[in-house]
Design a protein around this ligand. Structure first.
Ligand code: C2E
Ligand code: MG
Ligand code: MG
Length: 714
């Protein structure tokens, strides 16, 4: 025997004495075996027949069984089969002793679960060695089994499954843990990735399939995050990792894991909520506001928009806390935040506002301080309007417990780009302005930039003054003529004027935006239309017409329901044909909401109105879209006319617009024609109509009548 093996056996014999159960009907054989095995360091238990095997096994728990094949009552085959069927006898090594050196009984021995066999007669010295080798194999197998069980347990705890698949995504290994990690029912057959798709949550299915297919095509490693349907309205978050490799034959294969990470996700979400939201009001906290503001700033700078930050502090909040207690203080904070949300029409929280369409956002900075972001205002002064609205929202007292509480706030406003370019700077300046508001005696708002206080005041007064202007008859319509290339009068544009008793003449450029925001533009616009129609009828009656007249329609009017019908009603009420009215809409209005624009324009067209695109060239028209709009006229914006004919760029633009309009069978009108050179150039370039101070500024009806009678435009 090799020295090595001997050493090994010595070592083995030093471990606890192994017990051998010797089952043989031949007393002599048993005795010989016992002697040899005891000499070799085993303890021996004997049984005389297969039928005694199980009892002896249970009574003595041997480490190994030596089993004769031929026995009178029950042979070794049956005895071995019974032992294997017993829960405790499943793994014990069984050595079959067969006198029959034929293949069939050897096969049979293995079939009934024998571990190994020896044929009689055999050398008893060797038997001991044989048994030791078997025991060692058994211990290795036991260790492996235990390790596998531990692994399985660990996988179950970690909700981790393991799988392997070929290059086509067909699983070649797929364990139970994988099945249960994915939450699949035991009956679900899984042959390949394709079989999993159905159980993936509907919204992730497409991506799941695409990513697996792409990774397989490229033979790359991949990771996938997806959700599995776990019930009617429950999903599990899954994390799948796949490593690409090759099998022994050089074919592509993947090994991977899949893990149920739902709990981790939930924990992450909770951490996120704790980190970004205030738990009293549920509003985003200061750090979330900073993030939102940074994103909003990036967008504002990209689109050259104005953005405002409002820092709002509840006046004397400490007093409320002191007298009513913290619980009531919290309740008041919640009630105030609810009114603010309502006023700002906020339904979404800040982190969802990060996407393309930014909305106003409300957050709680600390203690009794709220922050409002206004990412889409058109002018700094608009922030004051919102500040006013927020203050008004608190007019009605709060009912906290049995107490009625009047809350007032101080507001500081900073505006991008004027007051800073970074989130921190704007927040700091809003706070500084808030400090100023407090020093001013609280219950008011202050801009960080002092001048804005004055212009915001003007803006707010204007809003107030504008409210009664229509009733007080402060508006008038002026008319500006449009002339053909031959100098003949083709029609007019109606332009509103506001003559305020104190403010004096207010430019439409100033008050139209305010009228739009407040919704006053709707009655004002209809008044202009009605007034214009009546004037056209008067000119008809005086035998001066019939003229056509253009009337401006603003963006917020455009969104009024059933606008075409409403406008048509105004025109018919004056006893006029809608064909006499051309509605001017700006390019940006039409591009903002294409679907709505087409629908409304179709409606207006069907009712007989002419349509002109005002300020053409200043917006971002998509030409393919322009082609689909039912329009009649392009009004070339004054900015392109101003430097004609000297400016080469403008020359090119104007010529292009005119030839494009021709191609689309549209007429062109040039605005802001002030010089004879401009007139000549435009006429030669083929512009259909001209409008501008060269011919006449906009005039009130009576003066325009004089101008017409005097032969103006000829
Ligand atoms: P718009 O529709 O583009 O009107 C043309 C503006 O150019 C008018 O200014 C007009 O007075 C001015 N203009 C005319 N000829 C010349 C010229 O030769 N040189 C220069 N530099 N300017 C000229 P206005 O009347 O101040 O109106 C400004 C804007 O206010 C209008 O631009 C229009 O968008 C809006 N608007 C005026 N009236 C109404 C109205 O009744 N409803 C609506 N929604 N908007 C109106
Ligand atoms: Mg116009
Ligand atoms: Mg214009």
């Amino acid at each position: 025997m090799a020295a090595n093996a001997e050493k090994l056996l010595m070592e083995e014999s030093r471990t606890a004495t192994a017990r051998v159960l010797m089952v043989d009907d031949d007393d002599m054989q048993r005795l010989l075996a016992r002697t040899a095995l005891e000499n070799a360091g085993f303890a021996v238990i004997e049984a005389g027949d297969g039928s005694e095997l199980l009892d002896a096994f249970h009574a003595h728990q041997p480490d190994i069984v030596v089993l004769d094949v031929l026995m009178p009552v029950m042979d070794g085959f049956d005895a071995c089969a019974r032992l294997r069927a017993d829960a405790r006898g499943r793994h014990v090594p069984v050595l079959m002793m067969t006198g029959l050196d034929d293949l069939e009984s050897i096969n049979r021995a293995y079939e009934v679960g024998a571990t190994d066999f020896v044929t009689k007669p055999f050398n008893f010295e060797i038997l001991g060695h044989r048994l030791r080798y078997m025991l060692r194999g058994k211990r290795d197998a036991d260790a492996l089994r235990a390790s596998e069980q531990r692994l399985q347990l660990a996988q179950r705890i970690a909700r981790l499954g393991h799988w392997e698949c070929d290059g086509e995504g067909r699983f070649t290994h797929w364990n139970r843990a994988t099945h249960s990690a994915l939450g699949l029912g035991p009956a679900t057959e899984v042959g390949g990735f394709e079989d999993l798709v159905g159980a993936v949550a509907a919204e992730d299915r497409e991506r799941f399939r695409d990513m697996v297919a792409r990774a397989m095509r490229r033979g790359e490693d991949f990771t996938l995050e997806f959700r599995m349907r776990a019930g009617d309205d429950e999903t599990r978050d899954m994390h799948l990792v796949a490593l690409s490799g090759q099998d022994d034959d050089g074919r592509r294969r993947y090994v991977g894991t899949v893990q149920d990470v739902s709990e981790r996700r939930r924990a992450e979400q909770k951490i996120h909520r704790l980190a970004h939201y205030d738990d009293v009001t549920g509003l985003p906290n200061r750090s979330a506001i900073r993030t939102g503001l940074t994103e909003a700033l990036a967008q504002a700078s990209r689109h050259e928009r104005v953005l405002a930050v409002l820092a709002i502090d509840i006046d004397h909040f400490q007093r409320i806390n002191d007298t009513l207690g913290f619980a009531s203080g919290d309740e008041l904070l919640r009630a105030i935040s609810a009114r603010f949300r309502h006023t700002l029409r906020i339904s979404d929280t800040l982190d969802q506002a990060g996407d393309a369409k930014l909305r106003d956002a409300l957050g709680r900075a600390a203690g009794d301080e709220f922050i409002v972001l206004l990412p889409e205002i058109t002018a700094a002064e608009d922030a004051a309007v919102v500040a006013q609205r927020l203050r008004s929202a608190l007019t009605k007292p709060f009912q906290i417990g049995d107490k009625e509480i009047h809350a007032r706030v101080s507001i500081g406003i900073s505006v991008y780009p004027g007051d800073g370019a970074s989130a921190d700077e704007l927040l700091r300046h809003a706070d500084a302005a808030l400090g100023q508001a407090k020093r001013e005696g609280r219950d008011c708002y202050q801009f960080f930039t002092k001048q804005l206080n004055a212009s915001a005041f003007k803006r707010l007064t204007m809003e107030m003054q504008l409210r009664g202007a229509l009733e007080r008859g402060e508006f008038v319509v002026h008319y500006q003529p449009k002339l053909g290339g031959d100098g003949e009068l083709r029609g007019f544009e109606a332009l509103i004027r506001w003559i305020h008793p104190e403010l004096g003449r207010v430019s439409p450029a100033e008050f139209i935006p305010v009228a739009e925001e407040t919704g006053l533009i709707v009655p004002i616009g209809e008044w202009v239309l009605s007034e214009t129609c009546q004037q056209l009828v008067r000119w008809d009656a005086a035998g001066l017409g019939p003229f056509k007249c253009a009337v401006n329609v603003s963006g917020s009017q455009f969104r009024v329901r059933a606008l075409p019908e409403r406008l048509a009603r105004v025109v018919t009420a004056a006893g006029l044909d809608t064909a006499r009215i051309e509605l001017e809409l700006t390019e940006s209005m039409l591009m903002e909401d294409a679907a709505l624009a087409i629908e409304t324009l179709d409606g207006l067209k069907a009712l007989g109105f002419g349509i002109a695109v005002d300020d053409f060239g200043t917006g971002y028209s998509s030409l393919s879209y322009l082609k689909r709009l039912p329009i009649d006229v392009l009004k070339i914006d004054q900015s392109f006319v101003r430097d004609l004919p000297g400016d080469e760029g403008d020359v090119a633009i104007v010529k292009t617009i005119i030839s494009m309009a021709r191609g689309l069978a549209l007429r062109t009108v040039a605005e802001g024609v002030e010089t004879a050179e401009q007139r000549d150039f435009l006429r030669d370039a083929g512009c259909d109509e001209l409008q501008g101070y060269l011919f006449s500024e906009p005039r009130a009806a009576a003066e325009m009548t004089d101008w017409i009678v005097a032969g103006g435009g000829r």
